[in-house]
Design a protein around this ligand. Sequence first.
Ligand SMILES: CC(=O)N[C@H]1[C@@H](OP(=O)(O)OP(=O)(O)OC[C@H]2O[C@@H](n3ccc(=O)[nH]c3=O)[C@H](O)[C@@H]2O)O[C@H](CO)[C@@H](O)[C@@H]1O
Ligand SMILES: C=C(OP(=O)(O)O)C(=O)O
Length: 443
Amino acid sequence: MSSVLTVRGGVPLAGRISVRGAKNLVPKAMVAALLGNSPSVLRNVPEIKDVEVVTSLLQLHGVSVVKDADTGDLTLDPQHATTASSSEIDAHAGDSRIPILLCGPLIHAIGEAFIPDLGGCKIGDRPIDFHLNVLRQFGAVVEKRPGGIHISAPRGLQGAKISLPYPSVGATEQVLLSATRAEGITELIGAAVEPEIIDLIAVLQKMGAIINVQSERTIRIEGVKSLGGYVHRALPDRNEAASWASAALVTRGDIFVQGAAQRDMMTFINTFRKIGGGMDIEEDGIRFYHPGGKLSPLVLETDVHPGFMTDWQQPLVVALSQADGVSIVHETVYENRFGFTEALSRMGANIQVHRECLGSTPCRFGQRNFRHSAVISGPAPLRGTEIDVPDLRGGFSHLIAALAATGTSRVTGIDVINRGYERFTDKLAALGADVDLSTSSGV
Ligand SMILES: CC(=O)N[C@H]1[C@@H](OP(=O)(O)OP(=O)(O)OC[C@H]2O[C@@H](n3ccc(=O)[nH]c3=O)[C@H](O)[C@@H]2O)O[C@H](CO)[C@@H](O)[C@@H]1O
Ligand SMILES: C=C(OP(=O)(O)O)C(=O)O
């Protein structure tokens, strides 16, 4: 049985929804709890799939994870952490990229780790070579095993001087989670500095870690012998907030996103303003709306923070398909993040994807045959169609296109959207969308 969402388009989304803790921080803060010698409390935890996956992986390793029935806060107690069998771990890995971040904490807690093959969005190859190189530099031994990798550290983890070839979010987190309890000092050069990373550093500092974020993407960590627990409220999900902002533009709607935080979204806000979107920035959230009239096209490049976040790109492309003129988007973070535009083209959008770098900076993908630049001409009326959700943000993009389209769309595979959008069908209903959720046996 799978879920099918029937969308009757043409209704502007209007109303108030809220976003909670970030998908790109919460599961990692849960993993960090494994480094402590006493319980941690994590607040503002959303009900999303990646939280379920990490909960079951931690529980398999003997960590007690208790959810407060009223608030949803999680209490994580790592004091009885233990080894789990690789077949059990494999069965609980789910469609998430977080398991690779268990390496350092599990080595510190129980001396070894088995990490299953990773899930996550299919938007490029997504290798883990940086992670494995980092672990080896800390002195870990990495072995390929059926269904994943085994990691051990016969002499413990030792601080190291590490330089990342690209400011990878996950590899930076790998360094942080391994170095805080490693012996000696770690210096990381070429670090990612996304707001979710700074929030993870705040979590680790509460536990007793000594971490300095210096200029020029350098992070210095002085290893400590032990860490305690933390009490932390996760930063809000800026990527979900930006998705709803694009939904407001695409459907000519008006959405107040409670919890959206200006300081984490400044680059998005600048772009939204340049397109001609309306907004009111309040203390408790941001109202995003279509002010009427025409939207302006623009030239945009995704990049690591503080650049324009790649996860904002897909929903925004739908908005650009409704702008008056030609826009160019150069995707420089993932080599294959424009596959979702095929369904948009079927719906009537006018989008061509190109192999060349159509941006001011030649990127890693330019000479390598990847279709990573898009030219979008608008405005193009959209019509409903059959859609099978390809990945998290691509799926959300298809959905907002369907909500703006004339006619009816039938959307399958919507469970993927639960990886990053908490209760999204309830939110759609709260915004007045004309949708029905049903289950189909697939016959
Ligand atoms: C759970 C989570 O937080 N996911 C986010 C995280 O993903 P994730 O941490 O997986 O993304 P990375 O920042 O690591 O990836 C960036 C680039 O580095 C490359 N790379 C990465 C690791 C590696 O070992 N080798 C390698 O070549 C990737 O293929 C990609 O081209 O940051 C991305 C970039 O902001 C976001 O889109 C994802 O939403
Ligand atoms: C790419 C994404 O997530 P993940 O790294 O979890 O696949 C995303 O959130 O858009």
